[in-house]
Design a protein around this ligand. Structure first.
Ligand code: HEC
Ligand code: HEC
Ligand code: HEC
Ligand code: HEC
Ligand code: HEC
Length: 512
């Protein structure tokens, strides 16, 4: 027998709001219990700041629209008329709005002699592989097959900007293309940007590759007063130090429904990091250790070194661009990047079991499972949250080792057991059915994210069997994976890989 989710949701919503108002665990009523165990876990929302006590309501997959508790601004309203740029649905453009000459885009290898550090750091990053990596490749080809060339070009605006600007990344896959056209987010995709166009663009905010590419001899960058290097000219642009620059691609807005499919920039903008002037670069262009320090102290870390071989010492930034992709070893030939992503995930959250208690008659225990986002400058998880999954695996056992309750386990297909404490989102198609295909998404049918510096809290209560009078142990693990097996299989068929599961944090407590 399955728990009736709708009943559960309603009961949970009532119980949780009572508890928030009165801080009273005893008011949690126990909904009809499933046969296999007398347990239930109740979902609650989270405020934007720890301890704010703001309740965003219960979150159960398959219900309700937007979660209001995670600090997101509203999705932009689809503008009237043209939502794209000169090259289609993407906002990407060039200085004159015409296709650029592909020969003006260099490869990362062409920069390696004079900028070896940046080159070595970038190799193996998801940026360096954003057009070729097998998961994206298969997903983009599925988009091409099901939604057509226009959508495929939209995807490529961010995943292969030089290809779209030059008009070469078009639907005819298998055609020989110059390497520069399929290079992904490499040096020239970022350093030949002469202007950001998001604020003036159709959506009024960065996103959908709102960049003006102006390839040629000039490399744009963050340095003032650079004497022109021999092989290229250099021009200062303030925005290399801004989150808006990254937001040009890290806000993905559905061109017709206006849903922000990815909203990392918007989440960051609503966070304390934005208020304190801590930008993406302060965490993602720093070592994991430095990024942890930045998150804790809310102050940027400065690093000095040469910007080019033999150049003077200047403030420099690392080019690893590591996030959470622990599959980078296999996807992007970046085993080092995968290790760094794992370390980053392990630094991001804290898991706590609070207010653990047993009723006077000893027949029931209850506790609060709390997930706190301590080091991510945006929600946890962020970005492609229709795929990304974070969840709590928890068990309650008696001193003699008897299993009394568990949730967050995987079934035979690798799906997370229903009713678990899960974070991510579900895209819904026009009929409101779950879809992993980004191009079909018209709304989110479920979303639960932990905002930057915020926390999420579930109240769990477990009825104990009569013969259990000894202490019980609650053990919990916070886990992350980049996509569920069912989605990877849908996209990659017999090439499907298994996304690595990372243990982000653990907690344990004994209730007498
Ligand atoms: C506005 C820029 C943008 C557009 C347009 C875009 N993406 Fe992405 N995509 C991103 C970013 C940024 C990430 C990285 C987010 C993350 O790491 O979770 C990403 C990640 C992905 C991933 C996950 C890769 C992995 O290995 O885990 C897939 C798959 C993907 N995109 C497919 C697509 C498809 C298909 C389209 C078109 C329908 C598309 N994207 C359109 C920016 C974009
Ligand atoms: C022949 C050596 C050489 C090559 C090759 C080279 N650069 Fe440079 N680059 C330099 C030097 C020297 C500087 C200035 C360093 C300084 O003053 O600290 C520089 C500066 C830069 C800057 C900073 C500009 C600013 O104003 O902030 C960027 C960005 C840059 N290069 C990108 C690239 C890219 C991308 C490539 C490959 C397409 C490349 N460079 C190839 C030598 C080179
Ligand atoms: C031209 C578009 C573009 C720009 C500009 C851009 N990104 Fe990305 N970024 C992407 C895409 C596309 C991916 C996903 C590639 C994939 O997984 O296939 C990505 C992935 C990432 C990831 C995830 C890596 C991982 O391990 O999960 C991080 C972190 C990241 N970008 C940070 C940044 C930062 C910081 C900036 C600004 C300095 C930035 N990006 C600017 C397009 C862009
Ligand atoms: C995703 C975008 C992105 C990619 C790809 C990228 N850069 Fe950068 N780069 C930046 C940003 C942003 C900064 C400035 C960070 C700051 O000052 O806050 C920067 C800074 C620099 C600088 C100034 C010195 C330093 O290291 O901070 C140089 C030189 C440079 N990049 C060269 C390169 C070269 C060469 C490549 C390719 C091997 C490359 N970049 C790839 C975004 C990018
Ligand atoms: C205070 C530090 C901090 C800041 C600021 C920050 N991030 Fe992150 N970011 C993290 C940490 C830690 C992770 C790993 C945990 C996670 O997935 O959120 C991460 C993960 C990511 C991921 C990978 C998510 C996934 O599941 O694939 C992307 C993409 C990303 N960040 C982009 C950005 C962008 C773009 C900005 C600026 C708008 C930014 N970050 C600002 C700390 C930061």
């Amino acid at each position: 027998m399955r728990i009736n989710r709708l009943t559960l949701l309603r009961t949970a919503a009532i119980a949780v709001s009572l508890c928030f108002l009165q801080a009273c665990l005893e008011t949690v009523s126990t909904p009809p219990a499933p046969e296999h165990s007398a347990t239930v876990s109740l979902g609650s929302g989270s405020g934007n700041e720890p301890g704010s006590g703001e309740d965003a309501g219960a979150h159960v997959p398959g219900t309700a629209a937007h979660d209001t508790g995670h600090g997101l601004t509203q999705d932009p309203t689809p503008p009237q008329g043209d939502v794209g740029g000169p090259f289609g649905l993407s906002q990407l453009s060039s200085a004159d709005g015409e296709h650029t000459y592909i020969g003006d885009f260099a490869l990362a290898e062409d920069c390696a002699d004079c900028h070896p550090r940046q080159y070595e750091e970038l190799q193996g990053s998801m940026h360096s592989a954003s057009h070729h990596e097998p998961f994206y490749r298969a997903f983009a080809l599925l988009a091409l097959e099901e939604a057509g060339e226009e959508v495929y070009t939209f995807c490529s605006g961010c995943h292969a900007p030089a290809g779209v600007a030059s008009g070469l990344v078009i639907a005819e896959e298998g055609k020989e293309l110059p390497a520069a056209a399929t290079a992904g987010v490499n040096c020239d995709a970022c350093h030949q940007v002469s202007k950001l166009s998001g604020k003036q663009g159709a959506w009024g905010e960065p996103g959908n590759a709102s960049l003006v590419l102006d390839p040629g001899d000039v490399k744009f960058g963050p340095l003032h007063e650079v004497e022109d290097p021999l092989l290229h000219e250099a021009e200062f642009r303030e925005y290399y130090k801004s989150a808006e620059f990254c937001g040009s691609c890290h806000n993905v807005i559905h061109p017709s429904s206006g849903v922000r499919l990815e909203h990392t920039y918007a989440e960051w903008e609503a966070s304390i990091y934005a208020k304190k002037g801590i930008v993406c670069q302060d965490c993602h262009m720093r070592s994991v250790e430095d990024a942890i320090k930045v998150a804790r102290e809310l102050k940027p870390v400065v690093e000095m070194g040469p910007a080019a071989e033999g150049g003077p010492d200047r403030p420099i930034y690392r080019h690893y661009f590591v996030g959470a992709n622990v599959n980078a070893g296999f996807l992007a030939h970046g085993p080092k990047h995968a290790d760094m992503a794992e370390a980053r995930l392990k630094s991001a959250a804290r898991l706590e079991i609070q207010n653990a208690a047993r009723t006077n008659d000893g027949r029931r225990i209850s506790y609060e499972m709390v997930v706190a986002n301590v080091a991510a400058g945006h929600s946890l998880p962020t970005s492609f949250t229709e795929l990304r999954e974070m969840w709590v695996e928890q068990t309650v056992t008696s001193a003699s080792g008897r299993l009394l309750y568990q949730s967050g386990m995987l079934d035979e297909e690798g799906n997370i057991e229903e009713g678990s404490m899960v974070f991510g989102s579900h895209g819904g198609d026009a009929q409101g059915r779950l879809t992993y295909k980004a191009w079909e998404v018209e709304s989110f049918i479920w979303q639960r994210l932990v905002p930057a510096r915020g926390e999420a809290r579930d109240i769990v209560s477990v009825d104990l069997p009569e013969d259990i009078s000894e202490p019980v142990t609650v053990k919990a693990r916070l886990l992350y994976r980049s996509a569920p097996p069912v989605a990877i299989k849908m996209v990659m068929k017999d090439q499907a890989f298994e996304a690595k599961i990372v243990e982000m944090a653990v907690a344990e407590t004994v209730i007498d």
